[in-house]
Design a binder for this molecule. Structure first.
Ligand SMILES: CC(C)=CCC/C(C)=C/COP(=O)(O)O
Length: 278
């Protein structure tokens, strides 16, 4: 048996060897630790408990017998705490930045006079003009290729509404307190802010245009600029926090990849429409 195996060390401790103090630490807390447990927590402990909530596993519980014999458990408790602190810090920065950028939230806000133009940008990313415009172009289109692209765009816009609605109702993040809820034609889930539906639609529609329309470079730049302005206007109007828009852009970007993956060709679409009885 190796000289320092746990078994041989335990036997040595029980027989009153030099490791007696260590044995006491493992079996019951020494007086110093018991005193610490009964004393009120220090300001630093209180801060950690506030972030973690009561009984979160940091502090005195880490000194207990079970955790000292399982160092891996310590890591497991510490990592979520660090992650929690990082997330809370990110959210605090998000709220602070969103409030500072919400300069068009009301008419009395610092940039209140720019509110009408922001609301115009809001309309340009709203679901109704996008779905209505796609349906209109579909009716007017006389080429099979055009109809194929437009029908896929229509399905993508409907998929976007459904996915955003699902995520909003699952996350239930309230809109910023400085938002004045005067948006037109909203669904009930639109009282929630995560993710921004305008941002998902802008990213999805922008990618769609860039990939399916033959556009000159200045127009491509204009499309990208419009996507960014829609996102920025959501925060400036006070409708969203910055993270709602950033995550909305990411979600819209991924939705486009999904639509490309599930792309319906014109023959598939004709079968699909026949199944629907159209
Ligand atoms: C009524 C239709 C067809 C769509 C609703 C579009 C809408 C109001 C989305 C909310 O967007 P934000 O989450 O960016 O505020």
């Amino acid at each position: 048996m190796p000289a320092h195996s746990p078994k041989s060390r335990n036997r040595e401790l029980k027989s009153g060897g030099g490791g007696r103090l260590e044995f006491l630490v493992l079996s019951k807390p020494p007086a110093a630790l018991q005193r610490a447990a009964s004393e009120p927590p220090s300001p630093r402990h209180r801060a950690v408990q506030q972030v973690e909530g009561p009984g979160s596993g940091l502090g005195l519980r880490r000194d207990s017998a079970s955790s000292s014999s399982q160092p891996d458990d310590d890591c497991m408790k510490l990592n979520p705490s660090l992650l929690g602190i990082a997330l809370r810090s990110l959210l605090a920065i998000d709220l602070w930045l969103s409030k500072r950028l919400g300069v068009c939230a009301t008419e009395d806000s610092p940039w209140g006079s720019a509110r009408p133009i922001m609301k115009l940008i809001e309309v340009s990313g709203h679901g109704i003009p996008w779905i209505g415009g796609t349906l209109y172009c579909l009716c007017k289109s006389d080429s099979t290729a055009g109809q194929e692209v437009l029908l896929n765009l229509l399905l993508a816009l409907i998929l976007d509404l459904v996915l955003v609605g699902i995520v909003k109702s699952l996350v239930r993040r309230r809109r910023p307190t400085h938002n004045k809820m005067d948006m037109f034609a909203t669904f009930s889930v639109d009282r929630y802010s995560f993710p921004s539906g305008h941002a998902t639609r802008a990213a999805l529609g922008g990618r769609f245009f860039l990939n399916h329309l033959v556009l000159a470079v200045p127009l491509r730049v204009l499309v990208m600029l419009w996507v960014c302005i829609v996102g920025l206007s959501r925060v400036m109007l006070g409708r969203h926090n910055v993270t709602d828009v950033v995550c909305g852009f990411s979600m819209g970007y991924l939705q486009y990849s999904l639509v490309e993956y599930m792309w319906l060709s014109s023959s598939n679409l004709q079968t699909f429409l026949r199944l629907l009885g159209i």
